[in-house]
Ligand binder design. Structure first.
Ligand code: PMP
Length: 361
């Protein structure tokens, strides 16, 4: 039997039907596709960081609980003192741990769409049913009648709500999230990946609802390369989920580097404040362009629609050295949509110039 025959026979059909997560090449391009912080660190901070790394012993396994880093994260993210913390190799790994801990016959994941694609992906990898309830087309708010019906019908083990939502950038109404918490039979995870760019959070509500967990990441804050996410919530939940965590999932370099970065959080805070200012500037400038619809955002990106010409605009930007995210074709509510990550002022200017040239051309 050839390898292809063996694969055909043994790899699960739903995995064979997938395409691998595609990351487009970005060499030499202005990279505005992946919600990264565009800035690195000042030279003296880099030197101090390298000095810290010099003292690490990479021959030893890392601290399995990453206790010192955990303490730093608690402070940085205002995790309530009576709540537990669980760390993941990116919040992607945390989504996977949640699915592994809750999966089973008749247990599904529910989220809203358009939303973060990994909820669906990981449900599929773990053999769980997935239900995506469409958001309201006008403003991407939660469609509560549809959500009530879906919760009633599917009784999901796990609900994910990203707030602010990716790729739409909006917050969901607090009252709606509270109603979901009330009605959901299982766990509700509020994914606050974009917390650095909004003043709203459910973190302080932990403990008030027995089924609420809050997930965060340091990726959008400026540390995407470290791969570090966290889940906060009642110990009763996290102690169970911790049982499916890979031993030593947070490597020594990440533990030390993230600690170091959070000790210098004012550098990261200035960067995120700058991104917020640039977001307002870009929203106003893009909104003024003819034919382009742009939605307000509480995240570090803007969603824009250009009826009938989104693919052409994407190609035009790419030809001119700017990589953005093409969402057209990924979901009916994202027809003719592109997503622009907020970059450095000069990168944003370049994007603006090119979009302007295109819509006027
Ligand atoms: N949640 C949301 C809503 C996201 O948009 C992303 C990344 N795009 C993640 C989680 C994953 O973040 P991480 O880099 O921590 O895996």
């Amino acid at each position: 039997m050839s390898a292809a025959d063996l694969v055909q026979r043994w790899i699960r059909p739903e995995i064979q039907a997938l395409s691998a997560y595609h990351v487009p090449p970005a060499d030499g391009l202005i990279k505005l596709d992946a919600m990264e912080n565009p800035w690195t660190w000042p030279e003296d901070m880099k030197a101090a960081w390298l000095e810290r790394l010099r003292n690490l012993d990479v021959n030893r396994y890392p601290d399995p609980k990453a206790a010192a880093l955990g303490e730093r994260l608690r402070q940085a993210m205002a995790v309530p003192a009576d709540m537990d913390l669980l760390l993941g190799n990116g919040s992607d790994e945390i989504i996977q741990m949640l699915a592994l801990a809750l999966r089973g016959e008749g247990r599904g994941i529910l989220s809203v769409e358009p939303g973060f694609v990994m909820y669906r992906m990981i449900a599929l990898w773990c053999g769980m049913d997935y239900v995506g309830v469409p958001l309201r087309a006008e403003d991407f708010s939660l469609d509560m009648p549809a959500l009530r019906r879906a919760l009633e019908e599917h009784r999901p083990a796990l609900v994910f709500l990203a707030c602010p939502n990716n790729p739409t950038g909006n917050l969901f109404a607090e009252a709606d999230i509270l109603e979901v918490l009330d009605r959901a039979p299982g766990l509700v995870v509020v994914d606050e990946a974009y917390a650095p760019f909004t003043d709203h959070s459910f973190m302080s509500r932990l403990g008030q609802h027995d089924n609420l967990l809050v997930m965060r990441t340091v990726s959008k804050l400026g540390l995407a390369g470290l791969r570090l996410g966290l889940l906060a919530g009642p110990a009763a939940w996290l102690e169970e989920i911790d049982k499916v965590r890979m031993p030593y999932n947070i490597n020594v370099l990440t533990q030390e580097s993230a600690r170091f970065a959070l000790e210098h959080h004012q550098v990261l805070d200035e960067q995120t404040a700058h991104i917020r200012r640039e977001r307002s500037r870009m929203l106003a400038a893009l909104e003024a362009l003819p034919g382009l619809k742009v939605w307000p955002s509480e995240a570090n990106f803007l969603l824009a629609r250009l009826p009938g010409r989104a693919t052409a605009l994407f190609d035009h930007l790419l030809k001119n050295g700017v990589l953005v995210k093409k969402l057209h074709g990924s979901h009916p509510l994202l027809e003719d949509c592109l997503r622009f990550t907020i970059g450095k002022p000069e990168e944003n200017d370049r994007l603006l110039e090119r979009v302007e040239g295109f819509v006027h051309g």
